[in-house]
Design a protein around this ligand. Structure first.
Ligand code: FES
Ligand code: FES
Length: 153
C-alpha cells in the first residue's frame, strides 16, 4: 500500500504494510536514524517524533494512520523553541551516551511550543516519561528551564 506523509517538510510516498510502525518507516525506509528504538511499547520515549506538532511515540504508531500527516523528526525540527532547546542542551552538556536525547529534545520542544513559560513542576511532569539510562535527568530539567527562560527574553 502506498502511504503519503510529509516528513520534515518533504512529501514522501512509501510502499509499506500500513501496520508497519512509523519508527521503522523513518529509520529503515527513509534512513532518518536520529529517531531511536528503545522499548517498542511506548514506555521510554526514545522514538518520539512530532505528528502534526504533537509529540508521539513512533514505535506504536502504524504508518497507515498517517495519510496526509506532517511528521517532524530530530533531523527536521526547527523554529525558536527548537533552537533554544538545542542551545541549552549544548550549554548544559546534557547528553552522555546520547541515545535517548533526540526523544528528549522532541518532547521538550513540543512542550515549550504549548507552554512558553512553564513552572519547574510542569517541566518535571512533561519529561517524566522520557527515560534516560544514563540518568541525565537533572541536566535535562536545567536545560529545559534555561531554554524557557531564554525564550522569555
Ligand atoms: S521505543 Fe517508543 S517509547 Fe520506547
Ligand atoms: S544520555 Fe544515555 S540514555 Fe540518555
Amino acid at each position: 500500500m502506498s502511504i503519503s506523509i510529509r516528513i520534515n517538510g518533504n512529501q514522501q510516498e512509501v510502499r509499506v504494510d500500513p501496520e508497519k510502525p512509523l519508527l521503522w518507516v523513518i529509520r529503515d525506509d527513509l534512513r532518518l536514524t536520529g529517531t531511536k528504538y528503545g522499548c517498542g511499547v511506548a514506555q521510554c520515549g526514545a522514538c518520539t517524533v512530532l505528528i502534526d506538532g504533537v509529540a508521539q511515540r513512533s514505535c506504536i504508531t502504524p504508518v497507515g494512520t498517517l495519510n496526509g500527516a506532517e511528521v517532524t523528526t530530530i533531523e527536521g525540527i526547527d523554529g525558536p523553541e527548537a533552537a533554544a532547546v538545542k542551545a541549552a542542551w549544548t550549554d548544559v552538556e546534557v547528553a552522555q551516551c546520547g541515545y535517548c536525547q533526540s526523544g528528549q529534545v522532541m518532547t521538550a520542544t513540543a512542550f515549550l511550543r504549548d507552554v512558553p513559560n512553564p513552572t519547574d513542576e510542569e517541566i518535571v511532569d512533561v519529561m517524566t516519561d522520557n527515560l534516560c539510562r544514563c540518568a541525565t535527568y537533572t541536566r535535562i530539567r536545567s536545560a529545559l528551564r534555561q531554554a524557557a527562560d531564554a525564550l522569555e527574553g
